[in-house]
Write a protein that binds this ligand. Sequence first.
Ligand code: ZN
Length: 275
Amino acid sequence: MPVLDIHVHVCKRYDWQPAVREYIDRLNPDFYKLFPEQVTGEGLIDYLDEHGVDRAVILAEHSPRATGIVSNDFVSELCKVSDRLIPFAAIDPEEDVDPAAETERCLGELGCRGLKIMPSYCWFEPDDPRMMPVYEIARDRSIPVMFHMGTSVFPGTRIKYADPLLLDDIADEFPDLTIVICHGGRPFWYRQTEWMLIRHRNVLVDIAGIPPKHLPSAFPKLEAMSDRFLFGTDWPGVRSISRQVKSVESLPFNRSAIENILWNNAMRLLRLNGS
Ligand SMILES: [Zn+2]
């Protein structure tokens, strides 16, 4: 079964703050052995091959107050090695002087295929007026926008901006914008996330950071709504992508639901063909 991981992180050695590096070292001690200086496109492709992953969305990160900065340029460059690597740009209205201009640069010049927004790491409301032009651009270009929603242990995080209901206005005002709730609002906003899925056809969920065995209880309607859930791992925040794939494959869902989660939904979201 083909696999697309929609939530993969990369870095240079000192991009992440010490708390993040320590966290990764604890959860995935092999990561810095494999990539002591920086993740490379070639090295990442080898890793994905080893773990049976066909494609991966690679996320830039702009949150100097919390986790660090993995630049849009670095991610775009790394992904040039193979079209199996799909770059997503980070936009931060607190730091980007002109968020719309940076969005245009990333989607144009840098070839990014989506956006990753981190309100709780950058300290802004998702419906901040400075972000509206960004959402307009994404909508007009049919580009998905991922939002980090859910708790985080890192110092410098403002959890009040991580409630999935904060996306309700945007989803309503931009019915043609595709919104991805990363982490499904883990671990105590699952009901809000499910309600967002029911209310808004343009909202999807990525399961990164949710242990797969918890999915049936976290989202009791998941199998019936399997066209709305996306496989993601938050690697290197988990030790092994293939282990996560196996856990998803062993869930008590029908095969088409599992295929939707692991592959079909993301391919549709990214407007990609092929297997
Ligand atoms: Zn992540």
